[in-house]
Design a protein around this ligand. Structure first.
Ligand SMILES: Cc1cc2nc3c(=O)[nH]c(=O)nc-3n(C[C@H](O)[C@H](O)[C@H](O)COP(=O)(O)O)c2cc1C
Length: 313
């Protein structure tokens, strides 16, 4: 028992302000069956010897497999592997049915797709309260530096992006005369627009409507559809089910939503009121920006962006 009685949900929320990557850690159980869990607790430890660690919940089905394993593999996921993360975060019987993989060192499964991979020999297992801390010595590793890593922050999947302050133009004495390559590039323009607009909007949503970005994503979906199955909502708001249920618990506490049954969330009258206020604020922010263009230009801008999104698939 800890001496300080924290509220567990609030403590987890504080911890979730520290972004991590997402890994799937694999091994073989005593019968030689592949097992794997999604884990964000992975971290580097030592360069000499080369050590890494992660921690496993003592309630996990695969606890004894990892506790007794001689080897395990850490598959660091790329940005396109959200479904792999969700699959290995489930308590499904056969998580490997939909996975493409081969046997690595000691038989621990290595996934075909990855941002990085570390094949480890178990070096130490430590007690860590309700978790076990597993330290592995890295025997082999590889990485795809063309694959952007998947990020997990505040309970949501995300991608890493350069910080806008890192990409400000500096004066250049011998600049080419043909114009500014970076400043005219589509990705730069889209990202700058997104960063500046969201940096403006999210604090206002919090201050004026009392909603976090995670709650805003859920409420915004419910403006047109007042109830959702958690399993359908999870992909739309980019939260794994366990984290979405936590967001939902906060929203229930605030009176924004209620459970119709254990798998279905519905917006309440109070939630609808907040959603309407939020929508009004968001549209006013959008209008303040777009009104600096003509109405034809802003309609054209949205049409063009929609058709680019469609073409990109
Ligand atoms: C993004 C994310 C990170 C997670 N990180 C961990 C972790 O570090 N350790 C852990 O034990 N469980 C973690 N989990 C939860 C496990 O993946 C989940 O409990 C899984 O069902 C365990 O599988 P098992 O019960 O079949 O062993 C995480 C889940 C998600 C979605």
């Amino acid at each position: 028992m800890s001496q300080t009685e924290f509220d567990a949900k609030d403590f987890r929320r504080a911890l979730s302000q520290f972004p991590t990557g997402v890994t799937v850690i694999t091994t073989l159980d005593a019968e030689g069956n592949p097992v794997g869990v999604t884990a964000s607790s992975f971290n580097s430890v030592s360069m000499d010897p080369t050590l890494v660690l992660w921690s496993i919940d003592k309630g996990a089905h695969s606890l004894s497999a990892f506790e007794n394993a001689e080897h395990f593999a850490v598959n660091v996921l790329g940005r396109d592997q959200v479904s792999t993360s969700n699959n290995f975060a489930s308590r499904g019987e056969d998580k490997f049915a939909n996975a493409n993989y081969s046997a690595g060192i000691g038989g621990a499964p290595v996934l075909d797709d990855y941002a990085a991979q570390f094949e480890c020999k178990t070096w130490a297992v430590y007690e860590g309260g309700d978790h076990l801390i597993l330290v592995g010595e890295v025997l082999d590793y590889r990485y795809n530096d063309g694959v952007e890593p998947l990020v997990f922050a505040r309970g949501s999947y995300a991608v890493s992006a350069q910080h806008p302050e890192m990409v400000k133009s500096a004066p250049c004495d011998n600049a080419a005369t043909e114009g500014d390559f970076v400043g005219d590039y589509l990705l730069y323009l889209l990202r700058e627009t997104y960063q500046r607009f969201s940096a403006d909007l999210y604090p206002k949503l919090k201050n004026e409507c009392g909603v976090t970005p995670e709650e805003w994503r859920v409420l915004a979906r419910m403006i047109n559809c007042p109830s959702y199955k958690i399993s359908d909502l999870t992909g739309m708001v980019m939260q794994p089910e366990v984290a979405l249920r936590e967001t939902a618990d906060w929203m229930v506490e605030k009176g924004f939503v209620e459970y119709k049954d254990k798998d279905t969330l519905a917006i309440t009258a109070q939630g609808s009121e907040v959603a309407a206020k939020m929508q009004k604020l968001a549209l006013a922010e959008e209008a303040a920006l777009l009104n600096q263009l003509t109405s034809e230009q802003s309609a054209q801008l949205k049409d063009n962006l929609k058709s680019l999104i469609e073409k990109l698939g």
